[in-house]
Write a protein that binds this ligand. Structure first.
Ligand code: HEM
Length: 427
């Protein structure tokens, strides 16, 4: 823990001369607010970040500084402003490459040239290559496999008897199997891929460790691509390898795109689905409601996506390419801007009583998968997997409960994404 005041606010010191990006050290203009130091501590269970909670209400466009990187950035938290920034092409992701924007991790999680750090036309081209694979048609075809996989994994849990760690029994292996189908990754390789995932998505490993592991995973993907070029299969990865051979994307783009899909598939669903189960098991009235009315499930998944704090801190910044106003605040060309989808999803101006879980809430769509051009490519797959996991558990283990007291569940620390380390359940 660092010296965060209880309201989450610690006014920052300005960076030493020459340490920061030129745009960040420009003299403060009139009305430019002082930066909040945001240590991004690793919060347990469903605790919501206190600084996000406060800024959303008091300063929806604020200046922040995190532990790593240089200088300061803007942080936008209100729902409408977040959507405005995420949809505005005057903000660039490509301009973040090579810039040490203030950040929660010592290394940049997303690779340079990766889909998250490109602008049109490169971004549009890369998205087109993969979006069909993650579109409704492919996801509908995957659903049957997901249902069979979940049923098989839960049957094994039942055969082995309680208690079980749900992350090892179901929410971890399920995305692995689907990734195997999507990319044709051999099951024997998952051990090392999972190790790379842990390091890359950690927020407390050194930059060197992050870089070493990124080099290892890139070499692995290049090798897999060479193998698939010789023996193509009927999977997304083979399609991408063929597209690369035809000149539609470069080898580094193929590598970074694949790494992004691998990491997201393995980490996001594991954490999200396990935290959804924890949320339901610790909100018994809502769980009862869902058990009594299973038709609520698709809406319940949306509400859980809104409610569950999936990550620590914020994702990737954007750089303003011209002077503009957001929420009446002047943002200058060259300045870095973060949006918090997490905060937007708790905006009381959009979601009445936002900190309450209400499985029948409806209303405005959540922003858990982002918004605008960089909207999550895996949203349909992730939704489907979470829904299948919850449906299978509700049906097969109607008496499921936590096997330990809620406060004894251990939560991941030092990682970008939040989720339980283990989720012991009984039935
Ligand atoms: C519940 C699970 C998931 C959540 C909450 C989630 C959330 C997000 C968010 C917030 C973004 C960033 C939006 C932005 O940059 O503005 C994103 C981007 C992305 N996600 Fe997901 N994601 C999930 C699962 C997945 C899965 C399973 C995949 C696998 C294909 C995936 C692939 C991607 C990719 C490739 C991008 C970058 C898109 C771009 O920059 O154009 N995600 N996701």
């Amino acid at each position: 823990m660092t010296g965060l005041r209880t309201d989450g606010s610690v006014p920052s010191q300005r960076p030493p001369a020459g340490a920061a990006d030129p745009a960040e050290t420009a003299p403060a203009g009139a009305g430019r607010p002082e930066a909040h130091h945001w240590p991004v501590d690793h919060l347990p269970a469903l605790d919501f970040d206190p600084l996000l909670h406060r800024l959303l209400r008091e300063e929806p466009v604020a200046r922040i500084r995190m532990r790593h990187g240089e200088g300061e950035a803007w942080l936008v938290t209100a729902y409408d402003h977040v959507k405005e920034v995420a949809a505005d092409p005057r903000f660039s992701r490509a301009l973040t490459v090579g810039r040490a924007v203030t950040s929660m991790t010592p290394h940049t999680v997303a690779p340079a040239g990766g889909i998250g750090r490109t602008d049109p036309p490169d971004h549009t081209r890369l998205r087109r290559l993969v979006s069909e694979a993650f579109g409704r048609k492919r996801v509908a075809a995957l659903r049957a496999e997901a249902e069979e996989t979940a049923a098989g994994l839960v049957a094994r849990m039942i055969a082995q008897g309680p208690p079980a760690d749900l992350t090892r029994a179901l929410t971890g292996p399920m995305p692995e199997r689907l990734l195997g189908t999507l990319l044709g990754v051999p099951a024997a390789d998952f051990g090392r891929i999972q190790r790379w995932r842990t390091v890359i998505l950690s927020s407390d490993r050194s930059r060197q460790e992050g870089d070493d592991v990124k080099a290892e995973i890139a070499a692995y993907v290049r090798e897999l691509a060479a193998h698939r070029a010789r023996r193509p299969g009927d999977d997304l990865f083979s399609d991408l390898v063929a597209a690369q051979a035809a000149g539609a994307l470069s080898l580094p783009e193929l590598v970074s795109l694949t790494v992004m899909v691998v990491l997201n598939t393995l980490d996001q669903v594991l954490n999200q689905a396990a935290t959804m189960v924890y949320t339901l098991l610790t909100h018994p009235a809502e769980l009862e409601r869902l058990r009594a009315e299973p038709a609520l499930l698709p809406g319940a998944v949306e509400e859980l996506l809104r409610f569950v704090p999936q990550r620590n801190g914020v994702g990737m910044p954007r750089i303003a390419t011209e002077d503009l106003d957001i929420g009446g605040v002047r943002i200058r060309s060259g300045e870095a801007v973060y949006v918090s989808y997490l905060a937007a999803d708790r905006d009381p101006r959009v979601f009445p009583d936002p900190d309450r879980l209400d499985l029948a809430r409806g209303g405005a769509p959540h922003l858990a998968f982002g918004h605008g051009a960089h909207y999550c490519l895996g949203a349909a797959v992730a939704r489907m997997e979470c829904e299948v996991i919850l449906a299978t558990l509700l049906r097969e283990l109607p008496g499921m409960r936590l096997a330990v007291a809620p406060q004894d569940v251990r939560w991941r620390r030092g990682s970008v994404n939040r989720g339980p380390e283990e989720l012991p359940v009984a039935w």
